[in-house]
Structure formats: structure tokens, C-alpha cells
Design a protein around this ligand. Structure first.
Ligand SMILES: [Mg+2]
Length: 215
């Protein structure tokens, strides 16, 4: 089973990116929401609405997905907030999945903006796994306007972990023989987070904690 090639494809800041592309391409706006502190907020009329997605500049203000909008605005008073648009998300998700199905016969949608694709045996068509991942990622970016991360491994769990490495618009591998080296690098990153922001910051980096005990 170890010679399988599995991709995990994940749209970067999906709801926010899809709204940004919609405004640029369909509404002719010039401002790209991805370049400013911005977020999609649910139920913005109510004070208890939460952040559903945020831009990378908003992340720098420590705006977090799932936190109340009021808290996010306290940390980042100039945060541009936009309302969710389910119909837009459904349309983009379908277009995204359609491209994936051109690359693999076995695509498993995992959430609205994430999927696994079994790329085993496609070298003849698309080149090495890394070449294929770049081709797929670039095609999505160039035709649909938003970026994805592609994680590559021989199983779904490791592929998903690889997809969580540096974002956006990146391809990463995490094959079983790379685990030691790459997770040591993560450990060092965690040490520096601990040093800079305190022990609690590491606990908050839940993606590390959630995934690591399972390897
Ligand atoms: Mg995503």
C-alpha cells in the first residue's frame, strides 16, 4: 500500500478567497480582499456572529476562525467584514471538484473546500507527483482565480498533514520516510512559537496537536 500517491487539496481561506474573486471578476471591483485584513462573518447583524474565514493579513492580527466578530474587531478595528454567500461557495466548490476529477478517477470530497484524490499510477499522464500537484494547483489558480495547497503522501492522513504546512499556494510532501525530519522541523517551529508567545500559543496551534497523536 505504501506506493500509493494520495493528494489532499485544500482551498486557502476558501470563503474569503471565493468572495474576493467574485468581487474582482464578477463585480469589477479593484480591491482584493485577500490583500487587506478582512473576514467573512456569520450573522453580522447579531453581536454573537462568528468569524468563518479570514485573510492572511487578518491572521497577522490574530483574528481566528470561530471567534466572535466583536472579539475580532477588538484585535483588528479596521477589519473589513463581508457576509457569507452560500450560493457562491456551492458554485466555486463544484468548479473546484470538476477540475480535480480531470486529474483522478478517485476523488473523495471531504468538505466544501477540501478533497482527496488518488493519483496512483498517473505519472504517465501528469508527471511525478510533485509535478502533477503543481500542475493541478496552477490550473485551479489560473482558471478559477483562487489558490489551494496540495499535500502529497501515501495515505490520506499524512497527505492532509502535508497540506497544513506553509500556506498559501503551496505543494508539500509528507511521505512516511520524511516524517521524522519534517516533524522535527515542526517541533522547532513550536519551540520558537513557545518562546515568542508563551506555552499557551502552542496549545492554540490546534492543527499540530490534533494531527500529531495520530501518526
Ligand atoms: Mg481550506
Amino acid at each position: 500500500m505504501d506506493d500509493r500517491v494520495i493528494f489532499h487539496i485544500d482551498v486557502n481561506s476558501a470563503f474569503l478567497s471565493w468572495e474576493a474573486v467574485h468581487r474582482l471578476q464578477d463585480l469589477g471591483e479593484e480591491l482584493d480582499l485577500r490583500t487587506i485584513p478582512s473576514a467573512v462573518g456569520g450573522d453580522m447583524s447579531k453581536r454573537h456572529g462568528v468569524i468563518l474565514a479570514k485573510s492572511i493579513p487578518a491572521k497577522k492580527y490574530n483574528v481566528r476562525t470561530g471567534e466572535p466578530i466583536v472579539d475580532a474587531l477588538r484585535k483588528c478595528p479596521n477589519l473589513t467584514l463581508v457576509s457569507p454567500n452560500r450560493e457562491l461557495y456551492a458554485r466555486n466548490s463544484a468548479a473546484f471538484m470538476e477540475i480535480l476529477r480531470r486529474y483522478s478517477d478517485t476523488v473523495e470530497q471531504y468538505s466544501i473546500d477540501e478533497a482527496f484524490a488518488d493519483m496512483t499510477g498517473t505519472e504517465g499522464l501528469f508527471g511525478s507527483p510533485i509535478e502533477a500537484a503543481h500542475r493541478l494547483k496552477d490550473e485551479i489558480r489560473d482558471t478559477l482565480g483562487f489558490t489551494v495547497n496540495v499535500g502529497i503522501s501515501s495515505n490520506k492522513l499524512l497527505a492532509k498533514m502535508a497540506g497544513d504546512f506553509e500556506k498559501p499556494d503551496k505543494v508539500h510532501t509528507l511521505f512516511p520516510d520524511e516524517i521524522r525530519e519534517k516533524l522535527e522541523r515542526l517541533d522547532r517551529a513550536m519551540d520558537s512559537i513557545r518562546e515568542k508567545f508563551g506555552a499557551d500559543a502552542v496549545r492554540r496551534a490546534s492543527f499540530l496537536q490534533k494531527d500529531r497523536p495520530d501518526i
